[in-house]
Design a protein around this ligand. Structure first.
Ligand code: GLA
Length: 693
């Protein structure tokens, strides 16, 4: 049996309307002051195998392999066990690596995952490649891949069978012979999984294969990169530095924002365990598989790179868009991942979903990721000092997605779109004078009713060491929208730290349907050399409908956005954890409620109130369907103000009445936290929520 609980990760479902979040009190991320605080450090106690754990100059395998994080491809995320995982796919990927310049960009390994073998070994105990998928055998595939100047990887499990339910043979008890077979085929990389491990100690199992690979590769002279895949269950970062070259730190990734985010958050605190030849592996890339937006995939790729993660492409490159190649082929971002100093970036700050992660680079510069976890644009700020740079009059800043260079005075700041990442490289290189100043352009996403006007504030902030001259800002929108500046849109010069703030009246057409509309915010200033520096920032206006006067059941109104710990937020049923509509009747303390919202911590649900409402009431509690566990706390926020809160409630508690004064609030936010003990079993009900307007 597969051990499911260890292989699944919490999934935060982000409502499709998340872009319109008017985030006042960001609850998306726990506040983290610095990295490296969450895992237990056993560095001072010798590990069972006599190996001591690790600072960033700690031990590693003596073979000199994987001195930078491995790069390549693995079919799993694209195909799982499907029939299109076959010889022609593997060869096709190798061809594309060469043709599209990915090989030159550093992608090297073409790796086969589970399902390449037949379920039975042959009479000699040898593994047999599936003849349907690999009619020429594995050696032929290896030869082909090698002929392109690339390397081949393979997969098996440190158990009696692999993870797939079809039950392909695992290597437990067959380490020597299987490793020899891989080496004989010309394999350069082994991913060694954890399923069906029969409870045998992980260190023992993974060390047995390390030794078998070493012996086998000595007979062929071909070194083999060793990828430990036990999902972080035994904290391999504490003992595996000289067992494997990389180790998974989490369960499997899937192609959605919540999965990627949860994995990132588990991997970030492990920074100090990574180094040349010994990498934290937050699992393979999903870029190009279709489940996230381009902005989210750029975040995924930026954050994997700043975490010095292995970059194993997980999409079928024969079918992906040019945009996917642009992301995966971004050499300036790859250079962050592949920096020879081999540091994993660490968390400099994290508050309200605004993350700053910095990575020391060999040339003394710092890669800095400004990552916005929330559903609305956020200005994220840090300083040269906070990311570890020496004091200087100015710094060079390179934007690794825009491919532009600027100067900054010491503040590193950008307005980052919802779920986006601005990735920069900042250097105290004395070369800043000839570059234009870094100017940040930003605005919130406005909510507006059809035919009505809302105020919007745009800001142009000079973060450079030099003046920004002749600054101009403009805002345009789709036809029928009126966008009128009510304060100046020009400044003759902005000195370091100065801001041109402009107020706008945004009027939606009378017949505008509810939904999102793209506004175009632009600014420009004169570059030192004479030309103009152009800036652009997308702004999403959302047309909303005011709630009706009188008392209305909240579950009958459209929400603005949701986030949820497991599955989607449900209307009038409890939360069933996966698909929409899989809940049961809302029940708290034996009482069944016909109306309400069934959520799972951590959860937020936002509604537009348009300043026209007075009171929100509800009966709240943990749903009875989780009799043993489940501890949560409920909050109601009126814009940025906490309007009502419960203490921690458990399944033992009856429903608690909540009443929140929401007078004047534009947006009402219902929040459920985990009660401080993780989100397990946290099924929370907002029963009979009524909005009085
Ligand atoms: C486990 C691993 C995955 C993949 C599958 C194959 O789940 O963690 O990366 O290799 O097995 O069955």
């Amino acid at each position: 049996m597969r051990h499911l609980s260890s292989r699944t990760i919490p999934r935060r479902v982000v409502g499709s309307l998340a872009a319109a979040l008017l985030c006042a009190a960001g609850l998306a991320a726990p506040a983290v002051a610095s990295s490296d605080t969450q895992d237990t450090d056993t560095a001072r106690s010798p590990a069972a195998d006599g190996v001591r754990a690790r600072g960033s100059e700690g031990p590693r395998l003596p073979d000199g392999l994987a001195l930078t994080p491995p790069m390549g491809f693995n079919n799993w995320n694209a195909t799982h066990c499907r029939a299109d995982f076959d010889e022609s796919m593997v060869k096709g990927i190798a061809d594309i690596f060469v043709e599209k310049g990915l090989k030159e960009a550093g992608y090297e390994y073409v790796n086969l995952d589970d399902c390449w073998a037949l379920p039975q070994r042959d009479a000699d105990g040898k593994l047999v490649p599936d003849p349907k998928r690999f009619p020429g055998g594995i050696k032929a595939v290896a030869d082909y891949v090698h002929s392109k100047g690339l390397k081949l990887g393979i997969y098996t499990s440190a158990g009696t069978k692999t993870c797939n339910s079809a039950g392909f043979p695992g290597a437990l008890g067959h380490e020597r012979s299987d490793a020899q077979q891989f080496a004989d085929w010309g394999v350069d990389y082994l991913k060694y999984d954890n399923c069906n491990n029969q409870g045998v100690d992980a260190k023992k199992r993974y060390i047995a294969m390390r030794d078998a690979l070493k012996a086998a590769s000595e007979t062929t002279g071909r070194p083999i990169v060793y990828s430990i895949c036990e999902w972080g269950e035994n904290k391999p970062w504490e003992w595996a530095a000289d067992v494997g070259h990389l180790w998974r730190t989490t369960g499997d990734i899937s192609d959605n924002w919540g999965s990627m985010l949860a994995i990132m958050k588990k991997n970030l605190p492990l920074a100090r365990h990574a180094g040349p030849g010994r990498w934290n592996d937050p699992d393979m890339l999903e870029v190009g598989n279709g489940g996230m937006t381009a902005t989210e995939y750029r975040t995924h790729f930026s954050m994997w790179s700043i975490m010095a993660a292995p970059l194993l492409i997980g999409s079928d490159l024969r079918k992906v868009s040019p945009e996917t190649f642009d992301i995966l082929g971004n050499r300036e971002v790859i250079a962050v991942d592949q920096d020879p100093l081999g540091k994993q970036g660490h968390v400099v700050s994290s508050e309200g979903g605004r993350w700053v992660v910095a990575k020391e680079m060999k040339d003394g510069s710092r890669a800095v990721a400004l990552f916005n976890e929330t559903g609305s644009p956020k200005t994220i700020t840090t300083t040269a000092k906070a990311v570890g740079l020496p004091a200087a009059d100015g710094y060079s800043l390179r934007d690794l997605w825009k491919h532009e260079s600027y100067n900054v005075a010491g503040t590193i700041s950008a307005t980052v779109p919802a779920h986006g990442t601005v990735l920069v490289r900042v250097a105290a290189d004395g070369q800043w004078q000839d570059k234009p100043p870094a100017v940040d352009l930003g605005a919130a996403d406005p909510l507006v009713e059809a035919g009505k006007s809302e105020k919007l504030l745009t800001k142009v902030a000079n973060r450079g060491s030099t003046d920004a001259r002749d600054v101009r800002v403009s805002l345009t929108g789709p036809s029928g929208w009126r966008l009128k500046a009510t304060s100046p849109t020009r400044a003759s010069a902005l000195r370091t730290g100065e801001v041109l703030g402009t107020s706008w009246q945004v009027t939606a057409p009378r017949d505008a349907k509810p939904g999102t509309y793209a506004l175009d915010l632009k600014a420009s200033h004169r570059a030192p050399g004479g030309g103009r520096v152009q800036l652009r920032q997308p702004v999403t206006a959302r047309v909303v409908v005011a709630p009706p006067a009188g008392d209305t059941a909240l579950s009958g109104l459209p929400w603005l956005s949701t986030t949820n710990g497991w599955g989607p937020v449900e209307k009038d049923t409890s939360n069933g954890e996966s698909a929409a509509g899989d809940g049961k009747p809302l029940t708290i303390g034996g009482k069944v409620y016909a109306k309400g919202l069934g959520v799972h911590a951590e959860s937020t649900v936002e509604y537009y109130a348009g300043g026209a409402c007075e009171k929100l009431t509800a009966q709240v509690g943990v749903d009875d369907e989780k009799p043993d566990k489940g501890t949560v706390a409920f909050q109601v926020w009126a814009d940025g103000k906490l309007a009502a809160a419960t203490g921690v409630l458990t399944t033992a508690d009856p429903a608690e009445a909540v009443s929140a004064d929401v007078r004047g609030a534009e947006v009402i936010r219902l929040v459920v936290t985990d009660g401080g003990d993780g989100i397990d079993s946290d099924h929370a009900d907002w029963a009979e929520p009524v909005l009085g307007c």
